[in-house]
Design a protein around this ligand. Structure first.
Ligand SMILES: NC(=O)c1ccc[n+]([C@@H]2O[C@H](COP(=O)([O-])OP(=O)(O)OC[C@H]3O[C@@H](n4cnc5c(N)ncnc54)[C@H](OP(=O)(O)O)[C@@H]3O)[C@@H](O)[C@H]2O)c1
Length: 335
């Protein structure tokens, strides 16, 4: 395997691979060997397999994997992807929803070099989903992106697995932990949006620039990915009608509660409708999750309604999806 991007998720994945090496061998017959790791400053490469404990120590102390004894400063991700013997490339670089870069080029190059790809990066998926999906088929490689929606919640895996015999009529999701935290606190404390946003920023739950979250754009990205991967439509981010939570007032939350509802930022994907906005959800409905939790409800022809809920971010939680994708590819390839 090669890991491109060694920030929160790359390091989280490395930790989990160390902790679970015996478990993966015993339960899946899988012995993952990481032969290259790249960040923005350079790479560490060892075709015999990098010592991940040492690599983590170096990356944490020196801020880059290039400081490892097998490190190469200035070595780019593209050079690594094209030169490595890895079978699987994890693309875990930052999301850019305008260009999809640098992830988009990394993923294309990896596929063209006949490597399977696993990514958590929403950028390439909202910019070029269909292109990447067909490139993977043409190149004969597996392409997985479970971690891009729902963090540790297996939204895509559930739908493509045991629910595959159902027609999905609608997907409704609380898909952004930051906005869900803000709305939950506003509801509990009857506090205005700006005060709670500030508190969330102090706690590290909201980013310094929270625009993508609070304007609903992060949720819209996830709705675009779900629509493309599960509803078979060819959707772009611009096809989603988006409203954020900036204008939600504490009075509205209070009135909703008195009428038996909570206000949630809900993304909706149907074949003919993609939208994100604050919606009334009945108190007690499984989508009415609190705090930073995520939840997704599938409306299905056979099983009727299924809701899945859990943690939508965090390196350990999200590594569950990355590892699940790796094991899935291992199984598909007959491992
Ligand atoms: N964190 C989560 O819980 C979570 C959950 C689901 C999805 N995601 C998505 O997963 C991706 C990774 O998230 P993260 O939290 O791990 O981000 P992060 O902590 O910012 O890490 C990004 C990593 O990518 C590296 N990088 C940036 N540009 C690069 C380039 N051109 N070539 C090689 N490496 C490059 C960075 O290197 P330097 O450190 O040298 O700058 C850093 O190691 C993002 O797209 C994010 O949206 C994150």
């Amino acid at each position: 395997m090669a890991i491109v991007g060694f920030g929160n998720l790359g390091r989280g994945l490395a930790r989990v691979l160390i902790e679970k090496s015996e478990f993966l061998r015993r339960t899946q017959g899988l012995i993952p060997r990481v032969v290259a790791v790249v960040d923005e400053h350079g790479a560490a490469v060892d075709e015999d397999g990098l010592d991940l404990r040492r690599l983590l120590r170096v990356a944490e102390r020196k801020g880059t994997v290039a400081a490892h004894p097998k490190g190469k400063r200035g070595k780019s991700a593209l050079e690594i992807i094209e030169g490595t013997e890895a079978d699987v490339v994890f693309e875990l670089t930052p999301t850019n929803i305008k260009t999809g870069e640098p992830g988009l080029t990394h993923i294309k190059k990896a596929m063209q070099a006949e490597k399977h790809v696993i990514t958590s990066n929403k950028g390439p998926l909202v910019v070029a989903f269909k292109e990447l999906d067909s490139l993977a088929r043409r190149c004969g490689v597996e392409f997985r992106y479970s971690a891009s929606v729902g963090g540790g919640v297996p939204v895509i895996g559930l739908a493509k697995g045991l629910l595959a015999g159902n027609e999905i009529r609608a997907i409704r999701g609380v898909l952004n932990g930051t906005t869900n935290y803000i709305l939950t606190r506003m509801s509990k404390e009857n506090a205005p949006f700006d005060v709670v946003l500030h508190e969330a920023q102090e706690l590290g739950i909201a980013e310094k620039d929270p625009t993508l979250d609070i304007e609903g754009i992060d949720t819209a990205c996830k709705i675009t990915i779900l629509a493309n991967s599960l509803l078979g439509v060819n959707a772009r981010l611009r096809d989603v009608r988006v409203a954020g939570i900036r204008n939600v007032r504490p009075e509205a939350i209070r009135l909703a509660r008195e009428a038996g509802y909570v206000i949630k930022l809900v993304g909706v994907a149907k074949r003919d409708l993609l939208e994100v906005g604050p919606k009334l959800v009945p108190l007690g409905h499984p989508l009415a999750v609190g705090g930073t939790l995520n939840a997704v409800t599938f409306e299905l022809d056979l099983a009727r309604e299924i809701t899945i809920t859990g943690f939508g971010a965090g390196p350990q939680e999200t590594s569950s999806s990355l590892l699940g994708d790796l094991i899935d590819i291992h199984r598909v390839l007959g491992g």
